[in-house]
Design a protein around this ligand. Structure first.
Ligand SMILES: Cc1cc2nc3c(=O)[nH]c(=O)nc-3n(C[C@H](O)[C@H](O)[C@H](O)COP(=O)(O)O)c2cc1C
Length: 352
């Protein structure tokens, strides 16, 4: 087991060496021609920064607060399915690593361990939800995660149907455990456990009333959708294309983010994910208006390489890299990372 894990673009190749090929392919997969998947990291490399100088950066503070939860850095573990493919303890190990790093776990609705068991190992966590055709199944799950201590629900809305992916799993090469049982209840109708494709924004208030928890909506790429969700009661927006695993050829989240931030106008936090591989990427995302980012595959690679300690090390590395980038950009706190850090060509006196 490797314990030192640096955030960066070579992590996937390192993880390939320790994962069985089917599991690696499942985690790595995109959809269609993988255009969205391939473009995602480059989106964060496009903007050019205008760093401040002569600001006191002798100490840099990466901490932030998200819906009342204090975080060591604005980097959160995205909901990703089936962590048992990476390590036998699955999400229990992830939860430990995330908690040790002072971060927040968003537990996938397709976790390979039961939420109550993960909650025991976790620090602060949110529960990602899919609304299934059989509402009773979703309602029961929502009650369970609320009782287990989730601080918020994350409703994923970009998957009314699951897109076939290039390298889809055949029979699960592991004990899908509790999730397997939950998703194969013979008492329910055959399509009961498929995602409900008829959802509208009204579902947000229903979930809030059912759980008593704030609801964030994940999978937003357009400002009008973001606004509709906020008006329907969403308490956070997550700009995401599901790691390039749903509709292919959608725009990079780095480009979708600024108009969403503008439309939401500070009413609720806006988070973003997709191809965020380094602390410098995090700085760019924050400068483009995000309150925090989520990282999906990097956490899976770290989990495979180093278990809980690997996840902790990865998150520390994002934080260190962000801290260094903030210092060089003249931003001693995350509040100092403002949109004018990004060169647009429209600044006063700056030729286009
Ligand atoms: C293997 C894998 C499984 C995923 N499972 C879920 C899921 O169960 N629910 C969900 O909302 N998003 C899921 N996602 C999407 C992630 O939450 C996130 O949007 C995406 O991974 C971010 O991109 P990144 O992997 O480049 O960081 C999954 C992504 C991957 C790679």
């Amino acid at each position: 087991m490797t314990s030192r894990i640096d955030a960066g673009p070579d992590l996937a190749e390192r993880a390939r060496g320790v994962l069985d090929p089917t599991s690696f392919a499942y985690y790595a997969a995109g959809s269609g021609e993988n255009l969205t998947l391939r473009e995602a990291p480059d989106g964060w490399r496009e903007p050019r920064l205008r760093p401040h100088v002569l600001r006191d950066v002798s100490t840099v503070d990466t901490r932030t607060t998200l819906l009342g939860t204090d975080l060591a850095a604005p980097v959160v573990a995205a909901p990703t399915a089936f962590h048992s493919l990476a390590t036998p303890q699955g999400e229990i190990a992830t939860a430990r690593g995330v908690a040790s790093a002072g971060s927040l776990l968003v537990l996938s609705a397709r976790s390979s361990r039961e939420p109550e068991a993960v909650a025991e190992a976790a620090g602060p966590w949110w529960a990602q939800i899919y609304c299934l055709r059989e509402r009773a199944v979703t309602e029961q799950y929502v009650r369970r995660v609320a009782a287990a201590g989730a601080r918020a629900l994350v409703l994923t809305v970009d998957a009314p149907y699951v897109t076939p992916r290039g390298a889809e799993l055949g029979p699960l090469p592991f004990d899908a455990g509790d999730t397997g049982a939950r998703l194969s209840d013979p008492a329910t109708r055959p399509d009961a456990l498929e995602q409900d494709p008829s959802l509208t924004p009204g579902v947000i208030a229903r979930l809030r009333d059912l759980s008593g928890l704030p609801v964030l909506v994940k999978g937003i790429l357009r400002p009008d959708d973001a606004l509709a969700c906020v008006e329907a009661g969403a308490e956070g927006i997550i700009v995401s294309h599901h790691g390039g695993r749903q509709l292919d050829r959608v725009l990079p989240t780095s480009r979708a983010l600024p108009p969403v931030v503008e439309a939401v106008a500070g009413r609720v936090p806006v988070l973003v994910d997709g191809g965020i591989l380094t602390g410098l990427d995090v700085l760019v995302a924050l400068a483009l208006g995000a309150d925090a980012v989520l990282v999906g595959r990097p956490v899976l690679w770290a989990l495979a390489l180093g278990g809980a300690a690997g996840v902790e090390s990865l998150l520390h590395s994002y934080r260190e890299q962000l801290s260094r980038a903030m210092a060089l950009a003249g931003c001693p706190t995350t509040a100092d990372i403002t949109p004018d850090l990004v060169h647009t060509g429209r600044e006063h006196g700056t030729p286009c």
